[in-house]
Write a protein that binds this ligand. Structure first.
Ligand code: 1CP
Length: 348
């Protein structure tokens, strides 16, 4: 069992006072790190890396060892769940993910199997167990999944998309089938996350990377409602494990997201942290929100912009420092060291 309830990260998520602000980074184990690229080369591909618990454990620990981040995040991907449902995940070099068997019709949605997370994604649970056993006891481990809408965009489009034309057409023209897909994914996601907790995850996060692409009404009907369904199911299955909801481009929905009953909200860089805090009050902790582009500049600008985020949140508990989205591959690892130093030395 881990012993990290008094960690800065979990205390901040409970909005308890901390000696300094905790920090971790979305995509902290990734291509900007030479040691990640070396392990990935040994694995042969991203999928082989994510499918190998020992190597997934190794890359999860790399940024913790290099920078002393205040939380680790499981090395996996939001597309592993639909992969386990039989869609056939692949990666084209330089082109990103694709599915061999995307969803084409309401019949495909009705035929999606119910998966057993310990069986069909057993290698993920094994990675969680290994990481938990290898991490310093005081460092919390975050388990994660994609939101039903964000995962559905890949299942329907078959790959990354810019306009989500096919996925939005399903929501608008086949709302019953779309609803069924959201419910199936929400239930599968809640079971998948609960299994990660059982395997040793100390906190959970849901990535709604494409929530901001929806009109407010489609957002509420499909993305928000399906995340609400997951929160409710997790309240029953893992009542003591805090959940963070991250929605990119979802600043206008912050109050509604806070009302779901989650513990924390991830905020992207397009919203001022202080304003986000004023809007949600003390209902939830906030995580974010340095623009990832800042990390490409130089140490002086990294320090200046990090301080802007710290000051914008202001005094008082409940802030977990992070980027507003994942770190990009071209970042100089030295800039990350500067960021961590700046946040760790900031007087609360
Ligand atoms: O090594 C490589 O070439 C693969 C790049 C990569 C990595 C490092 C992919 C493929 N996935 C991951 C790991 C990953 N993905 C993690 C764990 C690592 C960490 O955070 O330290 C997490 C949390 C994710 C989540 C994820 N995958 C999201 C949501 C977060 C976000 O960035 O918005 C999304 C949308 C994906 C899909 C995906 N997987 C990989 C890529 C390149 C993408 C994005 C494709 C697209 O832009 O549409």
């Amino acid at each position: 069992m881990s012993d990290c309830q008094q960690s800065l990260f979990l205390k901040a998520l409970r909005r308890e006072p901390t000696s300094r602000r905790p920090i971790w980074m979305m995509r902290q184990a990734g291509r900007y790190l030479p040691e990640y690229r070396a392990t990935r080369a040994r694995a042969g591909s991203f999928l082989k890396l994510a499918g190998n618990p020992e190597l997934a454990c190794e890359v999860t620990l790399q940024p913790i060892e290099r920078y002393g981040f205040d939380a680790a995040i499981l090395f996996s991907d939001i597309l592993i769940l639909p992969h386990a449902m039989g869609l056939g995940l692949g990666f084209e070099p330089g082109e990103g993910p694709f599915f061999e068997r995307p969803i084409r019709s309401p019949a495909d949605i009705a035929a999606l199997p119910v998966i057993d997370p310990n069986d069909d994604t057993g290698y993920v649970m094994e990675a969680v167990r290994l990481i938990r056993a290898s991490l310093p006891r005081e460092t919390p481990l975050i388990g994660f999944a994609g939101s039903p809408w964000t995962v559905a965009t890949y299942m329907i489009e078959g790959r990354s998309s810019k306009d989500f034309a096919t996925a939005k057409t399903l929501l608008l023209a086949e709302p019953d089938a779309a609803q069924q897909l959201m419910n199936t994914l929400a239930d599968a996601t809640a079971d998948y996350l609960a299994a990660q907790v059982e395997a040793g995850a100390d906190a959970l996060m849901i990535f709604d990377s494409w929530g901001g692409a929806l009109s407010p009404s489609l957002y509420q009907q499909f993305s928000l409602a399906s995340q609400q369904r997951i929160v409710q199911r997790l309240e029953a299955s893992c009542p003591n494990t805090p959940l963070i909801l991250f929605g990119k481009g979802c600043g206008q929905h912050l109050e509604a997201l806070a009302d779901t009953g989650c513990a924390g909200l991830g905020v992207d860089w397009t919203m001022d942290m202080g304003e986000a805090r004023r809007r949600v009050g003390d209902r939830v902790a906030l995580q974010g929100n340095l623009d990832p582009a800042v990390m490409l500049t130089n140490p002086e600008i990294v320090r200046r912009e990090a301080k802007r985020v710290l000051e914008s949140f202001g005094k008082g508990p409940g802030h977990i420092f992070n980027l507003g989205h994942g770190i990009t591959p071209g970042v100089d690892p030295e800039h990350v060291a500067v960021l961590v130093e700046t946040v760790k030395s900031w007087k609360i």
